[in-house]
Design a protein around this ligand. Sequence first.
Ligand code: UDX
Length: 429
Amino acid sequence: MKVTVVGTGYVGLVLGPCLASFGNQVVCVDIDKEKIEKLKKGKVPIYEPGLTELIVEEAKKGTLSFSTSLKDELAESEIVFIAVGTPSNPDGTANLKYVYQVAEDIGKNLKGYKIIATKSTVPVGTGQEIKKIIKKHYKGEFDVVSCPEFLREGSAVQDFFEPNRIVIGAESKKAKDKIKKLFDPIDADIITTNIASSEMIKYASNAFLATKISFINEIANICEKVGADVDMVAHGMGRDDRIGRHFLHAGIGYGGSCFPKDVNALYQIAGTRGYEFNLLKAVITVNNNQRRVLFEKIKDEFKEIKGLKFGALGLAFKANTDDIRESASLEIIKLLKEAGAKVAAYDPIAEETAASALNGHEVEYTNDAYEAVKDADAVIIATEWPEFKDLDWNKIKSMLKKPYIFDGRNLLDKEKMINMGYKYFGIGK
Ligand code: UDX
């Protein structure tokens, strides 16, 4: 099939090459000329395991190409995916100007039947709005489909080929069947529904996962007060199939480009329809508080932070990505810097992105974890990079000024660390 993907952010840049690998003829379009030029040369602006290789391979095969002109590509394509960004407005609602701009461009240039599918996370009703915009300019037949994205950063390519489910929201059988056919090579349950339900499935899924995280973080905070261990509690709860073990990992709160934005947007959408989504409001409040928990523990322990040095391990919002959007790590570093501390930080891949986001805060970025903790008063673990577990913690202890660990991800074994002579602070234990 001939497919155009509009938008070369995380969503579009994974979708395009993956669809190309099934033998489809895919063009990825973006208005950012510089980005497209780089992509043509195989330079991929994001870190995602396996993605660069896939892009280079498909481009070489001729199944994947890049363009800055939607108008030129539209005539040839059967399906157009909208995968542009939906950033947050100041009030928390999703900003849909890029989505609607693409709809305008499609409407103005449409010449025959096409399927317009949304991959961007859009509020309920957006599909209908896209339809209206296109109809303003084009009187012929076309279909709008909602096809939400559930990829996780850091494992997006793998998630594409092995999803839990594929959701298709459409009004016509013709469109449903065609999108089903496109995803046919993937062995997964396909859920077909109407456009509004499909749009809601995406928001409800992210909101539910965020709720699980805030729930376990609240349990963690209570565990500390009653002498329980949240990891054991999560393990015990998770063995109940109705609850499940996933997303019950207590820590310093959720971050990233999706959860904070989507949870907020769903809360706002409910509000605009006159519904106060109390549960979600609490989820957001809990998360905002949780992002400060480690800093509060440091303050309680040291009383005076000014002049102390902290070695921060991890800058990305989670492991296996260089994405620092809404990263709890950066928030902690900012709080420490504002309190007058010195910070040396190490992240396997997110140092460059973090340095530009932390611009204005003097932070030393090191080549490895050991350099970051040298002469520090405490180590902070802020991202759950598995490799931090395997560091030589005896060596680290000998390098520290004081043997303190503030483990914001419960990555290390508390007892083992205490036996090594550390003063260990985790979350909920
Ligand atoms: C998420 C959804 O998982 C994905 O389906 C959707 O398409 C986009 O949003 P992503 O943002 O890549 O994906 O990250 P995810 O792995 O879900 O983690 C989100 C945040 O929650 C991270 O900050 C992570 O550290 C945190 N988290 C996750 C926890 O604190 N505890 C957990 O148990 C799980």
